[in-house]
Write a protein that binds this ligand. Sequence first.
Ligand SMILES: Nc1ncnc2c1ncn2[C@@H]1O[C@H](COP(=O)(O)OP(=O)(O)OP(=O)(O)O)[C@@H](O)[C@H]1O
Length: 265
Amino acid sequence: MSAILNVADVSKAFSGVHAVQGTSFEVEAGSITGLIGPNGSGKSTTIDCISGFQTLDAGRVLLGERDITGLRPAEIAKAGMIRTFQNVRVYDSYSLLDNLLVAGEAFRDLNWFDALARTPRYRRVRDAAEDRARGLIDLVGLTRLSDAPATVLSYGQKKLLAFAAAMMAKPRLIVLDEPVAGVNPTRVNEVADILRKANATGISFLIVEHNVEFINSLCHKVIVLEQGRKLTEGTPAQIRNDPRVLEAYLGIARPAAAAAEAEAS
Ligand SMILES: Nc1ncnc2c1ncn2[C@@H]1O[C@H](COP(=O)(O)OP(=O)(O)OP(=O)(O)O)[C@@H](O)[C@H]1O
C-alpha cells in the first residue's frame, strides 16, 4: 500500500521544550490511522507541524508525492489535506447548508458578475456545490436540520458539521483533532460509523484522540507517541497488548520479562 502521508524526522521545540523529537511515520492511502499518547506527548504539535499551523525545526512532510514541508495551511488544504480543530469552528448564524458552501469555497472561481446576474455558470456551480453539501449533511445524519442555523446544534452535532465542512473540498486526507472529545458517549459509535462511511469513499484519516477504545475500534494502524517521540506503532491488537504502551499511559513499572520481550521485538 502506498503512503498518502509521509512524516520524516519531524522535530519542534518551544523555547527549550522538545515537543516533537525526530518523529517519523506514514499514513497509508485509504487507511484510518490513529495517533495516541499521554497528555503532553506531542500529538497536537505533530499535527500542527504536518498541517502547516506550526513551522518545523527539522524534518520533511510529503502528501502523496508532493513535498508540503513549510507550506501554509491554506496551501496544504489546496494540496488535499484538511485539518479540523478540537474547538469546533462553525458559523453559528449560518444554516448548515451555508456553512458547507462557505467552507467549500464553492464560489471561489466565480466573478461578481456571475453572482450578481445569476448566470448559467453561477447556477451550475451553485447546484453542484449544494448537491455535495446536502450529501455530506446526510452522511453526518443532520438532514432534517440542513436549513436551520448552526446555533441550534449540540456540541457533538457541531463537530459533525465541522467534519462535513472539512469534506466539502474533497480532500485526500483529513486530520481530525479529538473528534469524540466532549461527545455524548452514546453517540461515539455513530461518529465511528460516519468516519467509516467517509473512509469507504476513499478519504484517508489521521485521528488524534484520547478515547483509546474509539481508536482501537476504528483504526487500521495506531501510532503511539511518548515525550515527543514515536514509542511504537502497530495494529490496534498489537498496541493493546504492548506493555510499553500501558507503561506510557499509566506510568507503571513493567515486569522485567515483559520489558525484555518488548525491547527485543
Ligand atoms: N505553544 C507552545 N509553547 C510552549 N510549549 C508548548 C507549546 N505547545 C506545546 N507545548 C509543549 O509541548 C509538549 C507537547 O504538547 P502537545 O500539546 O503537542 O501534546 P499533546 O500530546 O497534544 O497533549 P494533550 O493530549 O494534552 O493535548 C508539552 O510539554 C507542551 O507543554
